[in-house]
Design a protein around this ligand. Structure first.
Ligand SMILES: *Cc1c(COP(=O)(O)O)cnc(C)c1O
Length: 372
């Protein structure tokens, strides 16, 4: 690393290990020499039903205006989001995926030596973005059952702490924190620490804690949501953050002028209103999740009770099972990079995809577990 290229590179980049995404369908199709349609991808918690038909129609129409720069201020979508949640447009920021807003938070608030507190098995992007800005990630062990420990999180806060991530439900564990735990935490967290509620899977919950109250109360908190999961628009890269107007103002200064493209804005706006598609997705998810949990139990496999659209399951050797499943055209997520080498995470698919996954899993596991 003494090359001229590294000479002036930001020193924190030396330690930064790039995000390892779910394996793309096209990659596996190429490797196996089979058509992409034959592959089942249950690796990135995408919507098995696809986008809302209304979103697709809106995006088709928006294609005819693709020569124009998009509305960089995202007026209509921010307005619609604000209305839906009883906020003002000034409380909403759009991101190229909610991941981008995690980066905005880094641009705005993180300097070398600062600290970001997350739970031990948290979404990888928090650590990645902290590292990008030279901040240290403090990982707090979970309670039994992989539940984020908010008392220990509070205890981990120091004068260097700038951000705390509360992910509800959490990825990759699928666990939730209770409204009571959140309330107790918010009563005690210092004002200078930004509390980031990452709620990428919020819409899958029946009875979600009301974290938007902290936005209304003007607390140092931001709620992140996305169109990538229940809305089925992951490829479009669009998410949003809701926070007090002053905090949104600061974040707006950190973004590129046209960070969210016009197709994404059109699709998201139409999708947001399609509550029927969301309800259908939630129902399919719940049914599939129950099927997976029951099948794992019958196979003698430990799984973490999930509140999201994926399940974390202990298969003994996650990497091996991941690779054996690949040979059968099934993509799940190995959990080595999440320090869970015995586990894989599988997204809930359509009934047919779930069945194909379970059959393949039974075939690659040792005989005892395969006896379903
Ligand atoms: C999927 C996911 C996101 C959403 O990312 P996008 O950039 O909006 O696609 C954010 N946080 C967590 C924990 C996730 O699992």
């Amino acid at each position: 690393m003494s090359s001229p290229f590294w000479l002036h590179a930001s020193p924190q980049l030396r330690e930064l290990v790039s995000y390892e995404p779910g394996k793309p369908i096209e990659d596996l199709a190429r490797e196996l020499g089979i058509p992409p349609e034959k592959i089942v991808k249950l690796a990135s918690n995408e919507n098995p039903l696809g986008p809302s038909p209304k979103a697709i129609a809106a995006m088709r129409a928006a294609l005819n205006r693709a020569q124009l720069y998009p509305d960089g201020g995202g007026y209509y979508l921010r307005e619609a989001i604000a209305q839906k949640f009883g906020l003002a447009r000034e409380n909403v920021i759009l991101g190229n995926g909610s991941n981008e807003i995690i980066e905005f938070l880094g641009h705005a608030f993180l300097r070398p030596g600062d600290e970001v507190v997350t739970s031990e098995h948290a979404f990888a992007v928090y650590h990645l973005m902290a590292q990008l800005f030279g901040a240290r990630t403090v990982e707090v062990p979970e309670l039994p059952g992989f539940v984020q420990d908010l008392d220990a999180t509070l205890a981990a806060i120091t004068p260097r702490t700038r951000q705390v991530y509360i992910t509800n439900p959490n990825n990759p564990t699928g666990t939730i924190v209770s409204a009571g735990d959140i309330e107790r935490f918010m009563d005690r967290v210092p004002d200078g620490v930004t509390v980031v509620f990452d709620e990428a899977y919020h819409e899958f919950l029946d009875d979600a804690p009301d974290t938007l109250r902290y936005v209304r109360e003007g607390r140092n908190a931001i709620v992140l949501r996305t169109f990538s999961k229940i809305q089925g628009l992951a490829s479009l890269r669009i998410g949003y953050g809701m926070a007090p107007a002053e905090l949104i103002d600061i974040l707006q200064k950190t973004r590129q002028p046209f960070n969210v493209n016009g197709l994404a804005q059109a699709g998201a706006l139409a999708g947001l209103a399609d509550t029927e598609h969301q309800a259908r997705t939630k129902a399919v998810t719940e049914e599939g999740r129950t099927l997976l949990h029951n099948a794992f139990e019958k196979m003698g496999l430990e799984s973490v009770p999930s509140f999201a659209n994926f399940v974390l399951v202990n298969v003994g050797d996650g990497r091996r099972v991941f690779e054996d499943l690949l040979k059968k055209g099934i993509i799940v997520r190995a959990m080595n990079s999440y320090k869970l080498p015995a586990w894989v995470r599988v997204s809930v698919g359509t009934p047919e995809e779930n069945r194909r996954f379970l059959d393949a899993l039974a075939a690659v596991l040792p005989p005892l577990a395969a006896a379903i």
